[in-house]
Design a protein around this ligand. Structure first.
Ligand code: PEP
Ligand code: MG
Length: 561
């Protein structure tokens, strides 16, 4: 790559890293399909397969023992999956049919990868775990070096086509000052762990990443998603210094969320279960802004009973007994299918029967969930005065909002809706006549406004909430909120971007909800700007002609250029 050339990719974890690049060790070359057992001894080949999988599994388990938190969980899960009976049975069957252990490993794993891909969404992103196991086992069978993290002695920028969750989990943040992958998406396992480790991270950089040679000085900006090779050393040093200054501010910041001139902005956490809620309660979160209830039931074959659901919801409610909690009813479908709620097959599930729409064909499903939410409040001994808000996902029409609000009010629950379909933003003025609050889901709002699959690594330039078209829909919603006195929150990933948070506040958003780990970065940034500056930032972003232009204009307005 030419000096100072910059690659633009998807920003995942803000922060700046500047160091020589180092490439992850390559995956082993895959064997020819159906390669026969050398020598033909089936029993010995099965034995070799078992020894190799056990060695890989034990190595991962040993690393799990040395790790903590979700890193340990990921390693342990991968260690267990390495010995999973499902794919072992398929592999042993192939070996018995005469295939070599590495060819059998490849085809057995391939079968499961196809199954995960067909399930789509979150499951599809987990195919990286399976492929990682395949590569480790094949390398072990051949006596080759394990693929993945290289051994480095000095701070480096890690480059990889894709990183396995197991590699990311054991990454030492003191040695790897930033990471960039050619593939992957913002919601992949790798991205989630990078966020937890606080390592600046950029994904979906594309094939151009391959042009960066190991050893080239590389500057990674995890906030803007740029990767620059051989930058001007002074520019790089200034970027690193600015990032370090911000890191100090973040460490020193104490909530609650407010602008420099004291305007309050509630900072809330996105969670998927009681454990995440308890962790959020130990940090900066002032409550929960999005409890994705569907994540509790991804592996349930049948609808959980009201009692069962209430017990699960109560674990989240207990974590914030007096604070605001926003529960979202099942957003089943598309990237999060539920066996008991979704159609078996849809040609285009992102535009299909998902979110609130599942209730049309499943009589009583919504009513039972709302009963469970009401019951959970009692079970958790929640303060009756504490705001327990409930919102429906994928609302598109006034009729849907009216129906949902009626069901909530019958049960004493406060009704709201996600604004994540352009139709809902356009109709927000009317929706607010029947709802008590709204929360903007920028992930889907961007996907649907830009007609670009949010999981596609090829369309990251479109699935960018900085797109002025998306900001204009948010602006429209905030104006409706101001006119009617209805609170407007944001709970998509946009709320985790400190710079964009200033724009959202300037547009009139009252609360921001994001991964708990992102909240102090957002809070520290808001504490640096006045509401007047936020309003100016919002105007600049709305008037930009594209996403990069919006970022640049806002940086300039806020004096960060
Ligand atoms: C969104 O769409 O922005 C959102 C918060 O919902 P989810 O990411 O769960 O679809
Ligand atoms: Mg959504």
């Amino acid at each position: 790559m030419s000096p100072s050339a910059a690659l633009k990719a998807t920003a995942v974890v803000p922060g700046v890293g500047y160091a020589p690049a180092v490439w992850a060790r390559p995956r082993p070359a895959l064997p020819q399909e159906g390669t026969p057992i050398p020598g033909g001894d089936v029993d010995a080949e099965i034995e070799r397969f078992r020894t190799a999988t056990t060695a890989v599994s034990e190595r991962l388990a040993a690393r799990a023992n040395r790790a903590e938190g979700s890193a340990a969980e990921v390693l342990l899960a991968t260690s267990k999956l390495t010995l999973d009976r499902g794919w072992h049975r398929a592999a042993v069957k192939k070996i018995k049919g005469g295939e070599s252990a590495d060819a059998a490993t490849m085809s057995a794993i391939e079968k499961f990868v196809e199954m995960f891909k067909a399930a789509g969404g979150v499951m599809a992103e987990r195919t990286t775990d399976l492929e990682d196991i395949r590569d480790r086992v094949i390398a072990e069978l051949r006596g080759e070096e394990e693929p993945g993290l290289p051994a480095v002695a000095a701070p480096s920028v890690l480059l990889a086509d894709d990183l396995s969750p197991a590699d990311t989990a054991t990454l030492d943040p003191d040695l790897f000052v930033a990471m960039v992958t050619a593939l992957g998406g913002p919601t992949s396992h790798t991205a989630i762990i990078a966020r937890q480790l606080g390592v600046p991270c950029v994904v979906a950089a594309g094939a151009g990443l391959r042009d960066i040679a190991s050893g080239a000085m590389t500057l990674v900006d995890g906030a803007s998603g740029t990767v620059t090779v051989d930058p001007d050393p002074e520019v790089a040093a200034a970027a690193v210094a600015e990032a370090a200054r911000m890191a100090d501010k973040i460490a020193a910041w104490e909530g609650p969320g407010r602008t420099a001139d004291g305007d309050r902005v509630q900072l809330l956490a996105n969670v998927g279960d009681g454990n995440a809620a308890r962790i959020a309660a130990q940090g900066a979160a002032e409550g929960i802004g999005l409890f994705r209830t569907e994540l509790c039931f991804l592996s349930a074959a049948t609808e959980p009973t009201v009692e069962n659901q209430a017990d699960i919801y109560a674990t989240v409610l207990k974590a914030f007994p007096e604070q605001k909690i926003v529960l979202r009813t099942l957003d089943a479908g598309s990237d999060k299918p539920l066996a008991f709620a979704n159609l078996e097959h849809e040609d285009n599930p992102a535009l299909g029967v998902r979110g609130l729409r599942i209730s049309r064909s499943n009589s009583g499903l919504m009513e039972r969930q709302l009963d469970a939410i009401a019951l959970a409040g009692t079970k958790a001994g929640r303060d009756p005065e504490a705001p327990t808000w409930v919102m429906a996902p994928m609302v598109a029409t006034l009729e849907e909002a009216e129906w949902f609000a009626g069901l909530c009010r019958e049960r004493g629950l406060t009704p709201g809706a996600m604004i994540e379909i352009p139709a809902a933003a356009l109709m927000s003025h009317d929706l607010m006549k029947v709802l008590d609050f709204v929360s903007i889901g920028t992930n889907d709002l961007t996907q649907y406004a830009m007609a670009a699959d949010r999981l596609s690594p090829h369309l990251a330039y479109l699935t960018d909430p900085w797109q002025p078209a998306v900001l204009r829909l948010i602006d429209m919603t905030c104006r409706s909120g101001r006119d009617s006195g209805t609170p407007v929150g944001v709970c998509g990933e946009a709320a985790a971007d400190p710079l964009l948070a200033c724009v959202l506040v300037g547009l009139g958003v009252n609360s921001l909800s994001a991964a708990a780990t992102a909240l102090s970065g957002v809070g520290a940034q808001l504490a640096e700007v006045t509401s007047e500056q936020c309003a100016a930032a919002a105007r600049a972003a709305l008037n930009a002609s594209d996403a990069d232009g919006a970022r640049a204009a806002v940086r300039e307005v806020l004096g960060l250029a």
